[in-house]
Design a binder for this molecule. Structure first.
Ligand SMILES: C[S@@+](CC[C@H](N)C(=O)[O-])C[C@H]1O[C@@H](n2cnc3c(N)ncnc32)[C@H](O)[C@@H]1O
Length: 256
């Protein structure tokens, strides 16, 4: 693993403490407080992350990652950065496309999540922040983010950093949770996630983190706001595709 640029031990507990001493739910935090409490939350759930991810996505997450990677139009030997790489599942999917001659680099600020990737013997992982990537400018053919942008304190800065590290013509893909557009589907999904996600979290001993999932989805930028942020960073050719009845959305863009 690359040298540490961030130390997860500096973080606050799952519910952050406000300046007046009161506790704030993670999904209500912003800025540095959001960064610290998100980092702490992922440190807590790292050992069970893969199992719960499989359960909550009905194991469809691999298929969704495959769709995102196809849209990157990569070829064998490509160079890809996976931001907020966590336990490394996106990196594995990308590796299938770029092959052994390709380069896949992962960045995440949570050491226990990277330790999960390390345990799976995924090479190329680095400790670092999405808002200040420890990566060279104009280097990568593509960049990905899987369920990461919802968690960063400033999406515009994250998009700008991703844009910086891509070479001209490089492609970007981000998969994340979304709110279904159809009101009926939205209500059903909200019920499902508000019920089953915290319940599963409780069974696995981390109820706060899995309450964070529906709460942060509710507060997450819309499809159009994400496109606007991508364009602000300089991306062109910005598109998105809904999956899972609009509960999951993939965004793509190109650095001109
Ligand atoms: C929901 S997990 C997704 C992990 C992985 N991308 C996947 O597809 O399974 C979100 C990851 O984003 C990381 N993360 C959140 N904010 C970050 C930031 N500001 N910089 C780097 N990593 C961050 C967390 O540590 C966590 O590993």
């Amino acid at each position: 693993m690359a040298p540490a640029s961030t130390d997860h031990k500096e973080t606050l507990p799952a519910a952050a403490v406000a300046q007046d001493g009161s506790t704030v739910a993670i999904w209500e935090t912003s800025g540095a407080q959001k960064r610290a409490s998100v980092q702490s939350m992922f440190a807590e759930i790292a050992p069970t992350y893969d199992r719960l991810n499989g359960l909550l996505s009905l194991n469809l997450h691999r298929r969704w990652r495959g769709i995102a990677v196809t849209g990157l139009r990569l070829s064998s030997g490509g160079t890809v950065a996976d931001i907020c790489c966590g336990s490394g599942d996106f990196m594995t999917e990308i590796r299938r496309t770029v092959g052994s001659s390709g380069t896949v680099v992962g960045v995440d600020f949570c050491l226990p999540m990277l330790e999960q990737a390390d345990a799976k013997r995924i090479p190329g992982i680095n400790l670092g922040d999405a808002l200040s990537l420890p990566l060279q400018s104009s280097k990568f053919d593509a960049a990905t983010v899987g369920w990461g942008l919802r968690n960063v304190p400033d999406i515009d800065v994250a998009h700008a950093e991703i844009f910086r590290v891509l070479r001209p013509g490089g492609r970007f893909a981000s998969i994340d949770m979304a709110k279904p557009r159809n009101p009926m589907t939205r209500a059903i999904s909200k019920f499902f996630f508000n019920t089953f996600s915290p319940l599963l979290g409780k069974l696995f001993g981390c109820p706060t983190a899995y309450t964070y999932l529906p709460e942060s989805t509710e507060r997450f930028a819309s499809r159009e706001d994400l496109i606007a942020s991508m364009k602000k960073a300089g991306f062109t050719d910005c598109t998105f595709r809904d999956l899972m009845f609009g509960n999951i959305c993939i965004h793509w863009g190109t650095k001109p």
